[in-house]
Design a binder for this molecule. Structure first.
Ligand code: KIV
Ligand code: ZN
Length: 552
């Protein structure tokens, strides 16, 4: 009884009073239905496909983005930021494809506070059930003076104009104050009040450079909500970067102080040190419900499969000790821990591995499985094929794999389709054959045959190991002049027959790409990844970066 009373008092101090929560009652005009943002719901806004894709080398194809979006929809993420529609024709097409086919989540496109951006975002979102335009402008003195070269009055004027223009297209408009973490509170109050008056129903407070500290950031959110007279007409959101490793802590502190939307990414992917990680935010709120007294709509069962999908699509491996989704997150090494967990799981575990989707890698298919079973299982995993040719190609690869590896797990299927998606019919380079010799006391040598625009060429080279020799053999043919920045191999299932998933990051005059390759033979996987990276370097996709492009 005493315990419960203390808890209630603590929760009351931690959160706002019930009256304060009524402030969050807003009308979701898009669906013409009223929903009350009470103290028990936080909107999860995933920006893996937009901010996540801004990580160097993390660019994704339209079909990869669609697969991830479908996985996020299954996970019941409320809002999916599908991209920055004006960045390139490819980005536009991705946002459009997601808006056209993902129906249960709100689909959002980013846009600077510029007419052309806003109109392009609206165009891409036309097919959405529920579409949101997210427009932003920088509000910190340093950004306004040096990047925008604008006076604060002009910034307010442009923000108001942008929100109104977006509202002419859609009812659901989010406005962000870029670099809010270093902005002056008085100016934030002024511009946010004006943006809400202009029709923004979500106000996002980004800590763009990851400068904030939890207690101070929480206080900022509280002050904004208390001081801005029309704050009850909008949901306050946060978007934290991880430069000081505090993105999740800052976001949670903001939630404790009234934020009711958190912007985050799968695996914490994102610009520089990344964004707040979705899985950590969701599981912290869920596991410490006693403190937060709040919920998200996310179904955690989909966390691990989605994490694996994002990791294999982007080539950004998840560190083994990463919370929730790292391979060791639920592994108990020490004998004392193992003994405790076996006797009573909660002695050392605060969450269950099954709850977040671990250990669901049942064997699904084998060498006798048919094309329909293959297609159906992939659809269940969120993969769709745009053309019959793509499906046929993937199925042929599946049969090859099933010949080498009898048990095909979901991880294998994810990898197979992302490896398949990595191949484009217009690819310049393709691996034809690879022979390596590696023997104790001898220098490893590789002989590679690749096809260049359909014509075969052969290269031979020695190296410090079979992979090094293979890369040198490829370079002896293509002489790309690129620099190898990262090489990583990841066994995707247990057992020595596992497929190796290789990432090769190449830098060519500042253009960074991540090539991916998968095979049960890791030297072949490596050569495939190297050639994939070379193909990506050749496919010159010119994209605007939302935060450095001119015009704002
Ligand atoms: O970090 C940031 O400020 C952003 C905005 C565009 C929301 O990503
Ligand atoms: Zn960001």
């Amino acid at each position: 009884m005493f315990h419960k009373a203390v808890l209630l008092l603590y929760n009351r101090l931690l959160h706002f009073s019930r009256d304060d929560y009524q402030k969050f009652s807003i009308v979701n005009q898009y669906n013409n239905s009223e929903f009350v943002m009470s103290n028990d719901r936080v909107i999860i806004f995933d920006t893996t496909l937009r901010d996540g894709e801004q990580s160097p080398g993390a660019s994704m194809t339209k079909s990869e983005k669609l697969s991830i979006a479908k996985s996020l929809e299954k996970m019941k993420v409320d809002v999916i930021e599908a991209g920055f529609a004006i960045a390139s024709p490819g980005d536009f097409e991705s946002v459009k494809a997601i808006a056209d086919s993902v129906k249960d989540s709100t689909i959002c496109s980013l846009s600077r506070a510029l007419d052309k951006d806003i109109d392009r975002a609206a165009e891409a979102l036309k097919g959405a059930n529920s579409g949101r335009i997210h427009t932003f402008i920088a509000t910190s003195p340093i950004h306004m003076e040096h990047k925008l070269r604008m006076q604060p009055d002009q910034v307010v004027e442009q923000a108001v104009h942008a929100v109104k223009r977006a509202r002419n297209h859609v009812a659901d408009v989010e406005f962000s104050c870029e670099d809010a973490g270093r902005s002056e509170i008085d100016f934030l109050c002024r511009i946010i009040e004006a943006a809400i008056d202009a029709g923004a129903s979500t106000i996002n407070i980004p800590d763009t450079v990851g400068y904030a500290i939890p207690e101070q950031f929480g206080q900022t959110i509280k002050t904004l909500i208390e001081r801005i007279p029309n704050s009850d007409k909008a949901i306050f959101s946060v978007h934290c970067h991880n430069d000081l490793g505090l993105a999740v802590a800052n976001s949670l502190s903001a939630v404790q102080n009234g934020a009711r939307q958190v912007e985050c990414t799968i695996n914490g992917l994102g610009e520089r040190a990344g964004n707040a990680s979705l899985e950590e935010i969701v599981m912290a709120i869920r596991t410490r419900k006693d403190l937060f007294n709040i919920e998200t709509a996310v179904d955690p069962q989909f966390i691990v499969p989605t994490s694996k999908l994002v990791s294999s699509v982007t080539g950004f491996a998840v560190q083994p000790n990463k919370a929730i989704v790292g391979a060791n997150a639920f592994a108990h090494e020490s004998g004392i821990h193992q003994d405790g967990v076996l006797k009573h799981r909660e002695t050392y575990e605060i969450m269950s591995a099954q709850d977040v989707g671990w250990n669901t890698n049942r064997m699904v298919l084998g060498k006798h499985s048919g094309r329909n079973a293959f297609k159906t299982r992939l659809e269940e995993l969120g993969h769709t094929f745009e053309t019959e040719t793509e499906l046929n190609h993937a199925f042929a690869n599946f049969k090859d794999l099933a010949d080498k590896k009898h048990e095909i797990y979901d991880e294998d299927l994810h990898l197979l389709v992302s490896d398949n998606a990595a191949k484009h019919f217009e690819d310049k380079y393709e691996l034809v054959s690879l022979k390596v010799t590696s023997c104790t006391g001898e220098i490893p040598e590789a002989e590679v045959v690749i096809s260049i625009d359909g014509k075969e060429a052969k290269g031979v080279a020695q190296g410090s190991g079979p992979v090094d020799a293979s890369f040198k053999a490829i370079e002896s043919i293509v002489a790309s002049g690129s620099e190898l920045q990262l090489y990583s191999v990841n066994a995707i299932t247990s057992g020595t027959d596992s497929q190796g998933e290789v990432t090769v990051r190449l830098d060519h005059s500042g253009k960074i790409v991540n090539g991916l390759g998968a095979d049960t033979d890791i030297v072949i996987a490596s050569a495939k990844a190297y050639l994939h990276a070379l193909n990506l370097l050749g496919a010159k996709v010119v994209r605007e970066h939302p935060q450095t492009a001119e015009g704002v």
